[in-house]
Design a binder for this molecule. Structure first.
Ligand SMILES: [Zn+2]
Length: 287
């Protein structure tokens, strides 16, 4: 995928290396900034320092030794996120007459607290509708290549675009539609709705790629195949919040590999946002 030199999104929240229950402001730079701020206002920063809690055992926000490979990956996902912002802003305005709300991408290491509960990297990337954030441990990108045998940068772009697709669904009402049925219909019917939601997110990832390609010529030879491979390889990312507040992958299916790559491809070929509703109109056997 061609991505170097393009805008990086400002909506990336970097929580890598931070302890899960660490302080939001933490010690280090946060405290320093606050102390300087108080001093600038003519206050006595010593009074403030006495009020500050002792630093957490693992200092939150401590400078991390930057792994060049991982930094490149961070830049890459920031560019892809910016590309999704550009495409969805335009499509929301042109086709829906709505203003697109930009989601946040949270980068974390090993485990993370979301408004949907606690999650570990084993969960895989996920979107939390309650805080409108996508959660990604960058080590997943390695897993795509090794565990899921879906190598290539466009495989990563597809996964991110799929999660952003879930955000688009939140804004277009499909998430609520499916949630509102929970507990009112059979488990089988509920699972079928979940599959429709997942396939629609795949379709929306394709719609994004179509428009990003038209505007910026992002695709290189082999990218489509990388995306399709990832679409069919990546397992379940539908999440369920357990009573104890833990997020675990649930047992719902995303649809078959064939369905996933077919809907992704259809979105990519047509770029037609209005057709996304088909995923909730077609009978099950035509999905
Ligand atoms: Zn999904």
């Amino acid at each position: 995928m061609r991505w170097e030199g393009r805008r990086q999104s400002g909506n990336v929240e970097d929580r890598r290396g931070m302890p899960v229950k660490g302080l939001a402001l933490g010690g280090g730079l946060g405290t320093l900034a606050l102390v300087l701020f108080v001093a600038l206002l003519g206050g006595d920063p010593r009074a403030l320092l006495e009020l500050m809690p002792p630093p957490a055992t693992a200092p939150a926000g401590a400078p991390r030794t930057a792994d060049p490979q991982e930094e490149l990956l961070r830049e890459f996902v920031s560019v892809v996120l910016a590309d999704t912002e550009d495409v969805w802003h335009a499509l929301f305005q042109e086709q829906l007459g709505q203003v697109y709300r930009e989601p946040t991408l949270v980068l974390y290491t090993a485990q993370v607290q979301s408004a949907c509960g606690f999650a570990s990297a084993a969960t895989g990337p996920f979107y939390c509708p309650a805080d409108e954030k996508v959660y990604l441990d960058l080590s997943f990108c390695d897993e795509l290549r090794t565990k899921f045998r879906a190598p290539g940068d466009f495989a990563v772009a597809y996964v991110l675009a799929h999660e952003i697709g879930h955000h688009v669904q939140k804004q277009t009402g499909y998430t609520d539609l499916v949630d509102s049925q929970r507990g009112r219909i059979s488990q089988t019917a509920q699972n079928e709705l979940s599959v429709r939601l997942e396939l629609q997110a795949d379709y929306l990832a394709g719609v994004w790629a179509h428009h990003a390609e038209r505007a910026k010529q992002i695709l290189e030879a082999g990218d489509l195949e990388e995306g399709l491979r990832a679409a069919s390889a990546v397992g379940d990312d539908r999440l369920q919040r357990q009573a104890q507040g833990y997020v675990v992958p649930d047992s719902f299916t995303h649809g078959t590999s064939e369905q996933r790559s077919r809907w992704f491809r259809l979105g990519l070929e047509t770029g037609d946002l209005t057709r996304a509703k088909l995923l909730f109109e077609l009978p099950e056997e035509r999905l």
